[in-house]
Design a protein around this ligand. Structure first.
Ligand code: AMP
Ligand code: MG
Length: 422
């Protein structure tokens, strides 16, 4: 039988888990579907950007030499819409001294002009004459060919996370498909004789399945459509059958049945199914009974069924694993804040406590006294009345877990505390 001594520290557990999480492979996707993925190739520009000198403003393309003394009258010889080209339309005619061309943002700059006067600094006279009221420098209000990107240069590097701007950049290069790192496939099994699917009748002693739906939603939020295997009763035969269905996925999460109760059968059943145990139990609170094992490169997690534990384990173990598999840096993003209330605990395990974190600058009153050195300071309030791993209501009032080390019994207010925000 396992004892408390088998428990490993959180840092060691995370290390073990990440050591088994390898980048999965490469997949080609249409650009529109790549947000949230990591690039598996360098994206190079196939041409200069912009591809031609173009106007940055609505106004008049002029030669700046004509504007030495203003106001000055110039003859407007054409209007160029975006997408049109004066030089092309007029058979390579050059704009002459004393002439100008009405131009829109994004239109190619006509030959013979070197700058653009904003329409706001012009007036229309009669018969196509324009009064220019303000001088411009050569090149003013012009975006020059190649000023953003040179032909052949790497615009986005392998390993970059694709967000909205990256989709725009890739599209602006005319590229429709890109290579990204594949996201893991995931499956979820809920276990417990007492667990009932929402939508069904609840009889005495039963509870609804909450964490299965939370997990499915959290994965969906990461762009992963997890396969849901439903709820299995705490019986070895049933569990074995269900568990055998979950091994074809990169990550298999089994909720419930990993603690010390008579019907917590998961670790034993997993062992019989050929799963190699990496650890069972971590020195954390909540979430202590976490099980982690592997079978043929697949990662198998047994997660305690209480929803706060489930959420915490997702945040501090599962999400980093997924990030690493899909090419992201697995970063818990631990920050520091100032604890605003004394916090007492029984020492023993690293304690993740639901807390409300307030950014100093979120509060308008704080801006008034303007202590520049306190900018960005985080204030941390443990959620009042939090009573343990089943308390999803307290969890819902939190936006962070503050992290209290295992040997601490009292942390005074106004001391630094580490936290993970979500
Ligand atoms: P277990 O991890 O099976 O020992 O369960 C620990 C506690 O979490 C028990 O009170 C269970 O009823 C509860 N629990 C287990 N699975 C779920 C679930 N899917 N949704 C909500 N609570 C659960
Ligand atoms: Mg159970």
């Amino acid at each position: 039988m396992e004892t408390e001594i088998d428990m490993i520290k959180f840092e060691a557990a995370l290390k073990k888990v990440l050591a088994k999480a390898d980048i999965l492979g490469i997949q080609e996707l249409p650009v529109d579907k790549t947000i949230g993925y990591v690039l598996a190739e360098n994206i190079r520009a196939g041409y200069d950007m912009p591809l031609f000198n173009k106007s940055a403003m609505d106004g008049y393309a002029v030669h700046s030499n004509d504007l030495k003394i203003v106001p000055v009258r110039l003859k407007c010889v054409a209007t160029i819409r975006a997408g049109e080209s004066y030089s092309f339309r007029r058979n390579k005619r050059t704009v002459k001294k004393g002439e100008c061309v009405k131009i829109m943002t994004g239109s190619p700059l006509p030959r013979g002009t070197d700058s653009v006067v904003m329409v706001e600094y012009t007036e229309e006279d009669n018969n196509g004459w324009i009064r220019i009221l303000k001088r411009v420098n050569p090149g003013e209000n012009v975006c020059f060919k190649g000023e953003d990107v040179k032909n052949g240069s790497v615009v986005l590097g392998k390993g970059m996370l694709i967000r909205g701007p990256e989709v725009a950049i890739i599209s602006s290069l005319g590229i429709t498909k890109v290579k990204v790192f594949r996201k893991p496939t995931v499956t979820i099994l809920n276990t417990g004789d007492e667990i009932v699917e929402p939508g069904n009748k609840l009889t005495y002693g039963k509870i609804y399945n909450s964490n299965g739906h939370m997990l499915l939603s959290l994965f969906r939020d990461m762009g992963i459509k997890a396969r849901y295997l439903g709820i299995a009763k705490d019986e070895e035969k049933i569990l074995t059958k269900k568990i055998m269905e979950g091994f074809n996925y990169d990550i298999f999460l089994i909720s419930g049945g990993v603690s010390m109760g008579d019907y917590d059968l998961i670790p034993a059943v997993l062992g019989k199914c050929g799963v190699k145990k990496m650890f069972h139990k971590i020195k954390i609170k909540p979430g202590k009974p976490v099980f982690f094992g592997i079978k043929e490169n697949r990662l198998i997690f047994g997660i305690p069924g209480n929803p706060v534990s489930t959420y915490l384990v997702f945040l501090i173990l599962i999400k980093p694993v997924i990030d690493k598999m899909m090419g992201k840096k697995p970063d818990l993003n631990i920050r520091r804040g100032i604890l605003k209330e004394d916090f007492k605990q029984i020492p023993g395990r690293k304690h993740f406590v639901p807390a409300k974190v307030i950014d100093k600058l979120d509060n308008p009153a704080d801006k008034l006294d303007n202590p520049a050195d306190k900018r960005g300071l985080l204030k941390v309030y443990p959620v009042r009345g939090y009573h343990g791993s089943a308390d999803i209501f307290s969890l819902s009032q939190a936006n962070a877990f503050m992290i209290i080390d295992e040997n601490v019994s009292l942390l005074r207010r106004n001391r630094w505390v580490n936290l993970i925000r979500w």
